[in-house]
Structures are given as C-alpha cells and as structure tokens.
Write a protein that binds this ligand. Structure first.
Ligand code: NAD
Ligand code: DAU
Length: 356
C-alpha cells in the first residue's frame, strides 16, 4: 500500500480517486482536515476497503511512526501543505509548521522505517514530495521557463516554506540515501478545487453575481495544468523517476490572469447565460497581492524526455470540463462555503479597495 498525505485536499483527493480507479493497491490517506480538507470529495470511496482515511497531523511524529509500523507502505506521496499564497501573507506560521516541520517529521519517520526494511524492500521504497514552481521565483516577460536547475528564489511565505521543504527532501537523499523524488508543478485547476484559488473563485463569484476581483493589472502570468494531468505525472514519477531527481510538471499553457477570467466569463455566458448580461461586467480591479510574482513558466521537457509524460488536456478542453463540473455540483460548493470560508473571504478582500 501507499501512504498519501493531504489526500482530502484538491490535488491529493484527485490523486487518491484516480489511483483507486486504476489500481487495487490500497491507500492510507493521512489528512488533518484543515479548512482545505474535505471528506465529501472522498465520498465515492465510502465503504471501499482499499481506502483507509486517517484524520491526523503530519507533524504528529508518534502517529506517523505508528502508520509506518502498522501498514508498512512501500511509498509516500506527500501532498499535505498549507497551499494558498494569500493566506501565507496573512498568517505565515501555519505554513512553516506544516510545510517545513511537517515535511521534516515525515522524512524522519520514513527514514526510520526505510532503514529497518529488508534489502529488497529498501530498494523499492519511495518518498515522493509534491512541490511547486513558485520556489523558483518570478520571471520577466522574456526569461526562459523554469528548468530543474533554476536557482531557488522564493518570494512569499508560502513559496519560502515549500522551498525549505524541498531542501530538506534533497538533503535526506544526499546525506542518508533516502530514495526521494520531487515534483515541482505549475498552477493546477479542475474539479474539487477550493474556491479561494483564482479559477474556482471566479466561477463561484460569477454564478452568485459577485465581483470578480483582479489583483493589480491582471497581467500576471501563470502556467495552467489540469489536475488529472498532474496526477498522471506523479504516477509516472513514482513508478519510473530517477532517485534524487526533480521533475518539473507543467501544462505548456501560459496565460495572464485577465485572459483566464475572460475565458471563464465567455464559457459561463455560453453554458449558464445571465439575464443581467455577460459575466465580464463583474470584472473588478482590486489592490494587488503584496510581493505578487509576475510570471511563472515551466519547462517540462525533462519529464517528457525521461518518462514520456505530456499533459493530455488542452486548456480549452480542461477548462470546459471544470466549468461544467462546478455548474453540475452546486451542493459541493455550498458545503465548502462554510462559516470559516466566509470569514476568510471577508478578511482577504476587505482591505482591497476597488481600483479604477
Ligand atoms: P490544498 O490546500 O487543497 O490541500 C491541502 C491538504 O493538506 C488539505 O486536505 C489539508 O487538510 C491537508 N493538510 C494541511 N495541513 C496538514 C497537516 N499538518 N497534516 C495533515 N494534513 C494537512 O492543496 P492542493 O492545492 O491540493 O496542493 C497539494 C500539494 O500540491 C501542496 O503540497 C502544494 O504545495 C502542491 N502544489 C499545488 C499546486 C496548485 O496549483 N494547487 C501547484 C503546485 C504544487
Ligand atoms: O504555481 C503553483 C502555485 O499555484 C501553487 O503552488 C499554489 O499552491 C497555488 O495556490 C497556486 O498559487 P497562485 O498564487 O498562483 O494561485 P492563486 O489561485 O491564488 O492565484 C492565481 C493568480 O491569480 C495570481 O496571480 C493571483 C491572482 N488572483 C488570485 C485571486 C485569489 C487574483 O487576481 N484575484 C484573486 O482573487
């Protein structure tokens, strides 16, 4: 079996659902169910003996050690993190705790488990660390896309905490020989994404007739990847990645935020027209995110060259499926928009007076 951390979050839950749809290898899913964790996403696995959900914290060393001892996973796929940049600016402590201390705790427990394995099993063990392109910093308009050898220049508390975790993972390989793999991925989108990130927030706000808040001039560029493609990349790296290596994962799809939002408005105009007129009328410029990185771009040639992985979805196909999913699942949206979610939205957007 494999141990997945953060498997009730957006990407982790998609990964667990995809894994069990294509394999009978069981999953232990360790998740603290923070505001971003959602058991409802895992409802299709209710009663499925291949899925063991454990409500717990990756910083809890005794718990993590117990899971290794009882279940002897052959691999760890580590998603659990605090993942939202704006929240990291508002309160960085949780990011250092989970992303740095939590990764350290997992590495130490994995190392103790792996060291004690018989030779054959030791060789097969893997620790796959899921990270982000944000560790590489911000690009100018004509800079080449991030390769795996790009220097680390994290700019937000979130990306700094992820960079720290990447360095720990690297060191545990270099010093102790722990068989690690790291993936650095671009912006994901798709079903089950919590509506505090750009794409689901815009869909949910548009449907509610609320403003679509564009930070700054809306020209910040991200590379967008459909979540199912990210999950397939992780499966490939886990199966065949070279130990100690880093693989960049991206969608070959750079777009400015404003273009993303106009694409969403056009799709909603087609699929759920509003009597009040185009959803684009709701676009509202607000105060920028402090330290807002201007551009990210991923060079994903290494994973293609070594493992034959390329994204299957185009942005056009992936975003249409995503918008349709949010239209078809108003209950899921309503359930995640809890009191805690409303408090966050009020806090994050209160200080962002509308810009002309
Ligand atoms: P998410 O915020 O949706 O989910 C994170 C999950 O981790 C939640 O289920 C939460 O309950 C759990 N968690 C948080 N703290 C925990 C703790 N201390 N112990 C156990 N569980 C804990 O995040 P996501 O968007 O699914 O991202 C998953 C991973 O992928 C993260 O490591 C993130 O840095 C990385 N990543 C995300 C993106 C993206 O676009 N979303 C892109 C690249 C990399
Ligand atoms: O690049 C990978 C990263 O992508 C992941 O590591 C992070 O976990 C993930 O959250 C994401 O980070 P971003 O900061 O790029 O994602 P977010 O959806 O928060 O913002 C995307 C862009 O949209 C960014 O330039 C900020 C802008 N934005 C965001 C929000 C929430 C707005 O203009 N308005 C908004 O209301």
């Amino acid at each position: 079996m494999i141990l997945v951390t953060g498997g009730a979050g957006f990407i982790g839950a998609n990964f667990v659902l995809d894994w069990l749809a294509t394999s009978d290898e069981p999953v232990i899913n360790l998740d603290a169910l923070t505001y971003a964790g959602n058991r409802e996403t895992l409802a299709p696995l209710e009663g499925d003996a291949r899925h063991l959900f454990v409500h717990g914290d990756i910083c809890d060393r005794a718990l993590v050690e117990r899971l290794f001892a009882e279940h002897k996973p052959r691999a760890v796929v580590h998603f659990a993190a605090e993942s939202h940049v704006d929240r990291s600016i508002d309160g960085p402590g949780a990011f250092v705790r989970t992303n740095v201390d939590g990764t350290f705790t997992l590495l130490e427990a994995a190392r103790a488990h792996w060291s004690a394995l018989p030779a054959g099993e030791r060789e097969l063990f893997r620790f796959l660390h899921v990270s982000t392109d944000e560790v590489y910093g911000s690009l100018g308009p004509n800079d080449p896309a991030f390769t795996e050898t790009k220097t680390y220049e994290p700019n937000s508390p979130y990306s700094a905490s992820k960079a720290a975790s990447d360095h720990l993972v690297r060191a545990w390989h270099h010093t102790y020989g722990l068989p690690v793999l790291t993936t650095n991925c671009s912006n994901n989108y798709g079903h089950y994404q919590f509506p505090e990130k750009l794409i689901p927030l815009m869909i949910v706000n548009a449907l509610a007739g609320k403003p679509l808040p564009i930070y700054g001039d809306g020209q910040n560029v991200r590379d967008w990847l459909y979540v199912g493609d990210h999950c397939s990349a992780i499966r490939e790296v886990l199966a065949r990645g070279r130990l100690g290596e880093t693989y960049n994962v991206g969608g070959w799809n750079e777009m400015a935020n404003l273009e993303i939002v106009h694409t969403l408005c056009a799709l909603l105009d087609e699929l759920r027209p509003s009597a009040a007129g185009s959803y684009a009328r709701l676009v509202t410029y607000v105060k920028d995110r402090p330290g807002h990185d201007r551009r990210y771009a991923i060079d994903a040639r290494k994973i293609e060259r070594e493992l034959g992985w390329r994204p299957a979805e185009t942005f056009q196909s992936g975003i249409r499926k995503t918008v349709q999913w949010y239209l078809d699942n108003p209950g899921w949206i309503a359930n995640v928009q809890s009191g805690a979610y409303r408090d966050w939205v009020a806090r994050n957007y209160a200080g962002r007076e509308v810009q002309p």
